[in-house]
Design a protein around this ligand. Structure first.
Ligand SMILES: Cc1cc2nc3c(=O)[nH]c(=O)nc-3n(C[C@H](O)[C@H](O)[C@H](O)COP(=O)(O)O)c2cc1C
Length: 191
């Protein structure tokens, strides 16, 4: 069984929906299991959460983009992993990321870059979306990978939309396909 852990923060519920969609994608793959680990309001996870992360074959990091960066709660979690960095406990685990923000661009790439460098410090192996973008004249907002994320799954939630209304279905399917890919790659690695 390939174990995929998703550790995420969501201030207002939009990124939580994206996290659930990634998890749904993992669960599309027979022989793969997903665990969602939420970072609480103070950026902490409990002992059981750390145990799950240590046991996972792949860890996916999810955060809203706040001020062109991961949320401070995600940053606190990142800093809390420093003991594992010291022992390279997560070396050769797969890693990937997703982020959601209010603007189409909104500097989501800065968030992804921060998460990528963090995973590299841990000696992890980065997995991107491997999804072609929907970038033609005929492109529509609900197409898969309308936001053109290769390094990570991206979503956009309009600033006045509730978490019931956004991210839109195309971005959630993009998230699911990313989760599905991570599960497939994790299975290949296990073999
Ligand atoms: C403190 C703060 C900073 C934000 N910074 C950005 C930003 O840099 N770029 C952007 O596009 N949206 C920004 N937003 C909008 C959020 O990314 C957007 O509302 C997102 O859907 C929130 O996700 P959540 O509901 O999971 O917290 C910001 C929102 C907040 C509260």
């Amino acid at each position: 069984m390939a174990k995929i852990a998703i550790v995420y923060h969501s201030g207002y519920g939009h990124t939580k929906k994206q996290a659930q969609a990634v998890c749904d994608g993992v669960n599309r793959v027979a022989g793969a299991a997903c665990e969602l680990i939420s970072i609480d309001g103070e950026g902490a996870i409990d002992a059981a959460g750390w145990k799950s992360l240590d046991a996972a074959d792949a860890i996916i990091f999810g955060t809203p983009t706040y001020m062109a960066a991961p949320s401070w709660q995600m940053k606190r979690f990142i800093d809390d992993t420093s003991k594992r960095w010291y022992t390279q406990t997560w070396k050769d685990k797969l890693a990937g990321a997703f982020t959601n923000s209010g603007s189409m661009n909104g500097d989501k790439g800065m968030t992804v870059g921060a998460l990528f460098a963090f995973a590299m410090q841990h000696g992890m192996i980065w997995v991107g979306t491997a999804l072609l973008p929907s970038a033609k004249k005929s492109a529509e907002r609900n197409d898969v990978n309308f936001l053109g994320g290769y390094a990570a799954a991206l979503a956009q939630s309009p600033s006045d939309a509730t978490a019931d209304e956004a991210p839109p279905p195309g971005d959630l399917e993009t998230a699911s396909l990313f989760g599905q890919r991570m599960a497939g790659v994790a299975q290949q690695f296990k073999r």
